[in-house]
Design a protein around this ligand. Structure first.
Ligand SMILES: Nc1nc2c(ncn2[C@@H]2O[C@H](COP(=O)(O)OP(=O)(O)OP(=O)(O)O)[C@@H](O)[C@H]2O)c(=O)[nH]1
Ligand SMILES: [Zn+2]
Length: 319
């Protein structure tokens, strides 16, 4: 049978078969995936092949996973104990929404840009949701409009919403249909409020799934996938407000700023870092006002944060 992993506890996997039934599954033998040193071979979102076997008590049918299908993408974090190892949080994510509020709490452009760079590096489509627009005065609304226009120009979809009044939430729901989404954002930006307004029944489902999954209860929080009634899936990653970790070579960082990448071919040096090199198309565009300073500032900040030719984004927060 083929199915999708909805929950993982490290030893048990909760898998939904393509014909819509849930099974508790284990893995058989050792899984090795090329290039990944991971503490967990199977992650939430994975497409897997499994066979049913009778459990020892002979009552329940247990699935045995024999194969993981190639992943479109995956997000990781470093394992807590083994520094060289990583933990795959989730895979096969179609899109990630970032909830942004101007104040209460403030979301700075450097945080937005780090999120976008990480999404580009993971090849996950990113959508920016400016939440709490019901609370903004005229000045604040024009700031939201300015930011949205700036990010739209780069190619990112931006929507002003209110999770509280429901404004433009229907648009978000439409975007989610038929896809697997993640919802990120600082604490207090309205992630739970948005999920509740999108699908009020989700709370009930949450309880039901964890009840069915008693054997696998574990103290650590793991990612979990949920079906929404209108044909969408969301991946909840407790304790992770952003995207986890990604290592990027200094030379490739500019490639994850789409507007820099588009100009790169016009830089004199093919490996231009857009710092002090002569005839740099990115710096020229910056001087001509065609690239926003805030983006360039974020770029420098990420670049300067690098260690040993690498920089590391780590927006993993323990609750
Ligand atoms: N006025 C207004 N308040 C909102 C809106 N969205 C969320 N809030 C409020 O903001 C506060 C935080 O919302 P949550 O949904 O708990 O935020 P969260 O991102 O899930 O926060 P964490 O669980 O800490 O990560 C709550 O008091 C919400 O009622 C909105 O669109 N407008
Ligand atoms: Zn350059």
């Amino acid at each position: 049978m083929t199915g999708t992993v909805y929950k993982s506890t490290g030893s048990w996997y909760y898998v939904k078969s393509d014909d819509g039934h849930f099974y508790n599954c284990r893995i058989k033998g050792k899984f090795r995936i090329k290039g990944i040193k991971s503490t967990n071979p199977v992650a939430v979102g994975d497409r897997v092949e499994f066979k049913l076997e009778k459990s020892q008590e002979g009552e329940e049918e247990i699935g045995v996973i024999s194969e993981i299908k190639p992943r479109d993408n995956y997000i990781i974090r470093r394992s807590v104990n083994l520094s060289k190892q990583t933990h795959i949080i989730a895979s096969n994510i179609d899109q990630a929404f970032l909830l942004i509020t101007l104040n209460n709490p403030p979301t700075f452009t450097t945080f937005i840009d780090r999120f976008l760079v990480t999404a580009e590096a993971y090849r996950i489509k990113a959508i920016l949701l400016f939440n709490k627009i019901d609370t903004y005065n005229e000045d604040e609304l024009s700031e939201v409009k300015y930011l949205a226009a700036m990010y739209r120009q780069i190619g990112y979809q931006c929507i002003g919403i209110s999770a509280k009044t429901g404004k433009n939430v229907e648009q978000v729901r439409e975007l989610m249909k038929g896809k697997t989404s993640m919802i990120s954002g600082h604490s207090g930006t309205g992630k739970s409020t948005l999920v509740n307004v999108i699908e009020p029944s989700l709370d009930l489902k949450t309880t039901k799934i964890s009840e069915q999954h008693r054997q696998g209860q574990h103290t650590t929080t793991f990612a979990e996938m949920f079906d929404l009634e209108f044909g969408a899936r969301i991946i909840d990653t407790p304790g992770i407000k952003g995207f986890g970790v990604v290592d990027i070579e200094k030379e490739e960082l500019g490639d994850y700023f789409p507007e820099f990448f588009a100009l790169k071919q016009h830089c004199k040096f093919h490996n231009c870092l857009h710092l002090d090199e002569p005839k740099c198309a990115v710096k020229d565009a910056l001087d001509a006002g065609k690239i926003p300073w805030s983006r360039y500032k974020s770029y420098l900040q990420i670049l300067k944060g690098e260690e040993d030719q690498h920089y590391r984004i780590d927006n993993y927060e323990q609750e």
